[in-house]
Design a protein around this ligand. Structure first.
Ligand SMILES: [Fe+2]
Ligand SMILES: [Fe+2]
Length: 292
């Protein structure tokens, strides 16, 4: 992380690690890039091609991405998580597809920068939150599953679970990102208002369709109902259009292969004031395969 300073030209990662983030002469607002659900091999390949340059161009400090659809469109494996991390993702969140890949329940505990939803039963393996360090800045990240129209059922109320996590994390971090992995827009919007002024961001995932309501709420929490997926948009939510349409027509079950074209990375960029832990700026991000 390098930042302009009125007194000196730059601050280095090492200087920031000494806790110099509060220098009143420096404009130091850590930038968080959040990317929505990465879908299948096409999504992973596009991410690895584009993320390094995107990080550089936007001066991103921390990248958090949802990986619940990274393996063939459903779930993730330890190997694929490592691949995403080596592509420039710092932390991976998951959703209702968390356990779709066989044996991932035996791998997740060995992945220190991967977390499963926080409101699954306590006996589920894996971390229920992460704290990501960047220089002297500490960002806590956790996901809550919605309780409406979701396949995998949350074990506890996402609103109360978020309250508990925020209380428990307050002295372990400088800011908190909450991912609202939910189907119902009303549930996501309500969670955004419930947490406004207490966390840096509430970002929705799961529905795979980017929404146009991103902003910083009055209390200082960046909010977006859905980040959109990072994958093929010539599709139905990432799957081949023909197969899904046929199933709507005849009601027959069939395989839904991951689609391959119109690749995009979708998400948002949030600047965070490390003193208050709140957002100072929100911008929606979309990178397409038609851009250089
Ligand atoms: Fe999901
Ligand atoms: Fe998803």
């Amino acid at each position: 992380m390098m930042r302009e300073c009125f007194l000196r030209e730059v601050q280095t990662d090492w200087e920031l690690a000494q806790g110099n983030l509060s220098c009143h002469f420096c404009i130091i607002m850590p930038k968080l890039l959040f990317l929505g659900d990465i879908v299948g091999r096409p999504g992973r390949q596009f991410l690895s091609e584009r993320l390094p340059a995107l990080r550089e161009r936007l001066s991103v400090d921390i990248v958090v991405a949802n990986g619940e659809n990274a393996a063939g469109g459903a779930g993730i494996t330890g190997k694929i998580a490592s691949e995403l991390l080596s592509s420039g993702v710092d932390a991976i969140t998951l959703g209702d597809h968390v356990w779709d890949q066989k044996n991932f329940e035996n791998e997740i505990d060995d992945l220190p920068t991967v977390c499963r939803p926080a409101n699954l039963p306590h006996r589920n393996p894996g971390r229920s939150h992460l704290v990501i360090q960047c220089g002297g800045f500490r960002l806590a990240v956790f996901t809550v599953l919605g309780r409406n129209f979701m396949g995998l059922k949350a074990d506890s109320c996402p609103f109360r679970r978020a309250d508990e996590k925020i209380s428990a994390l307050s002295d372990q971090c400088d800011a908190i990102l909450v991912e609202a992995h939910m189907e119902a827009t009303s549930e996501k919007v309500a969670l955004g208002w419930h947490l406004d002024g207490r966390v840096a961001a509430v970002i929705g995932t799961h529905t795979h369709v980017p929404t146009a309501d991103g902003r910083v709420l009055p209390g200082g929490t960046a909010y977006l109902s859905d980040a959109g997926m990072s994958g093929p948009y010539a599709s139905v939510l990432g799957r081949e259009t023909r197969a899904v349409v046929e199933t709507f027509l005849d009601g027959m079950k069939r395989r839904f292969p991951v689609a391959e074209s119109d690749l995009r990375l979708c998400g948002c960029l949030i600047e965070i004031d490390p003193e208050s832990g709140l957002a100072t700026n929100f911008e929606r991000i979309e990178v397409t395969d038609r851009q250089d």
